[in-house]
Design a protein around this ligand. Structure first.
Ligand code: FAD
Length: 336
């Protein structure tokens, strides 16, 4: 008991891959961690939508691994059976005649769904989902979190005090929590704009007769299409994911879901796809950061004991997000 009382207790807000990477590493380094996410599940933008007889990764499509630390983590995921290689050849459409892009570096996916590595990491952690953090406050050098009133048992959750807080959430959402406490961090968040992306998930009763499983699209509203069931460990039901370009998504941000589903389905049929049996759409308001180099892969204020991590600080991809969370945990541990 006395040992637990002396262990720093850290709140991690956001259970995307950055927050989970940070939380897992903090626990490895001997700290006590509580993770909160506003969604019902974990994984953030590494996410999967499930229908009656279909599923589709509607956020991140695949990830690559270049850094030795992330390659080692990927090996752990592969040994646990929650990630693997997606052996596919990606076509490029709308840029001269259709051609194929080479397969390096290798593309990996969560198995059986993109959210699987996050769920696996979260299993080992103290997790509270459906918990939206709306405010941070400081009391005698410790942090208190306030939650949205719809958060189950929010009054009980608000009683805990933490030694440090990690915000592993998109920059705009982080800015709203840092602004009462740290001008430097708020400026860092506000300097990073994030772009939207409309995603559509189309299901079919028979295989779509396109001669590829995935394609970058460089014309019209779409930028990417993929046969989700060509990824390893997926159900057989034929399902395609379509991503609109960030510019089209920005122009149509407030359109109705029906209008977006119609426009993206039409663009798919114009590429040679048949009419789907059903369509679902999802709007990612913060899909990827505007690419601009950031001064640091994570941020840590040792006096306040407040940290920031996430893809927006490190290149806007799964690997960068994981590395950002991992680096922040090491910064926190080195200053404890
Ligand atoms: P997130 O995954 O966004 O996690 C943040 C979490 O914080 C979320 O779970 C959210 O619910 C939670 N949260 C936010 N605010 C609060 C709050 N106030 N209280 C509590 N919880 C909160 N990357 C690739 O590597 N390859 C790809 O092919 C690829 N394609 C993509 C396609 C799309 C459409 C999108 C949207 C993203 C894509 N990405 C891709 C990017 C990749 O998904 C992200 O870089 C990565 O998942 C970001 O992880 P993160 O932990 O930084 O943030």
């Amino acid at each position: 008991m006395s040992c637990l009382l002396n262990t720093p207790h850290i709140a991690v807000v956001g259970a995307g891959i950055a927050g989970l990477s940070c939380a897992a590493q903090l626990e490895n380094l001997g700290m006590r961690v509580s993770v909160f996410d506003k969604s019902r599940g974990t994984g953030g933008r590494m996410s999967t939508r499930r229908g009656d007889d279909w599923q589709a990764d509607h956020g991140a499509q695949y990830f690559t691994a270049r850094h030795p630390l992330f390659m080692a983590e990927l090996e752990r995921w592969q040994r646990a059976g929650v990630a693997g290689l997606w052996q596919t050849t990606v076509a490029v459409l709308g840029e001269g005649s259709p051609h194929r892009r080479d397969n390096t570096p290798s593309r990996y996916v969560g198995i059986p769904r993109m959210s699987s590595p996050a769920r696996w990491l979260a299993n080992e952690l103290g997790m509270t989902t459906s918990a939206r953090v709306t405010e941070l406050s400081r009391h005698e050098h410790r942090w208190q979190l306030r939650f949205d009133e719809t958060t189950p048992a929010h009054e009980a959750l608000e009683k805990t005090r933490y030694d440090a807080v990690v915000l592993a959430i998109p920059s705009a959402q982080a800015a709203s929590l840092t602004q009462a406490h740290c001008n430097r961090m708020t400026a860092l968040c506000e300097a990073s704009d994030m772009l939207p992306c409309w995603a559509a998930m189309l299901s079919f009763s028979t295989p779509v007769p396109l001669p590829f499983d995935a394609a970058f699209v460089n014309a019209g509203p779409l930028r990417w299409i993929a046969r989700d069931n060509s990824k390893p460990g997926r159900p057989d039901s034929e399902t395609w994911v379509l991503h609109a370009s960030t510019s089209w998504s920005g122009q149509h941000l407030e359109d109705s879901t029906d209008a977006v589903m119609d426009a993206l389905t039409q663009a798919f049929t114009a590429l040679g796809g048949p009419a789907p049996v059903s369509v679902t759409a999802h709007r990612w308001r913060y899909s990827e950061p505007v690419s601009s180099p950031q001064p640091e892969v994570c941020a840590w204020d040792a006096a306040l004991k407040l940290g920031l991590c996430g893809d927006w600080l490190n290149g806007g991809r799964v690997e960068g997000a994981w590395l950002s969370g991992h680096a922040l945990a090491r910064n926190i541990a080195s200053m404890e």
